[in-house]
Design a protein around this ligand. Sequence first.
Ligand code: PGA
Length: 246
Amino acid sequence: MRKKVIAGNWKMYKNAAETKAYFDMFLKEIDTDEKEVIIFPPFTSISSAVCMTVGSNVKIGAQNMHYEDCGAFTGEVSCGMINETGACYVLIGHSERRKYFNEKNETVNKKVSKALGENLIPVVCIGEDLSEREDGKTYEILFSQLTQGLKNISDAEKIIIAYEPIWAIGTGKTATDLQAEEACAKIREYLFSMFGDISDKIRILYGGSVNASNIKSLMSMANIDGVLVGGASLNSDFIKIVQYDK
Ligand code: PGA
């Protein structure tokens, strides 16, 4: 049985004080140990988030990392530095990183490999944009992101994949349950061709305008093991999302 994952990507929102206030509110309401609940705050709020969540069932992750241990890479943060904060997950290849920071599949691959080597669990984001979907290229894009991004990776069972169609991110346009399920099922089939039986252990999340109203039906799909939530993870809606089955 794959453990369900409910993850919140805060992007560039919430400073350390806001992070503390959020967890004061959130942790009182959360009652779950059957799911993996992960929050990805900005780097400068990670320590505050880790402090607040010690002893709870909520885990913390970073939104990005560099694949080198150290060096002259102004503005970057290494896996070792992330580990030191107590965060244990890292988002890799989010579409905003790909779009605004020129992140390529080859870089994603180096980061995934490094993260696994340093015991950080990578949440690897893939997804097609609207024109790629309309041109019938969705699976070509997804499969090349997987082939290149996960090339020569061992320990693949630890990876979490987040399928996030770019046209659904921050737009209020969620993929329908069936569109999301179809893509996640195809991703699983493709992972089988890459990793064999191990693919059955890899969690596949859906992301893109997930909210308190659509969470339940998305989570009822056989190949959707969880969600990566942006906007709706910033407020108390995230409580309803985490407790979708209560
Ligand atoms: P959204 O963002 O839920 O605001 O669409 C999802 C994401 O970017 O991970």
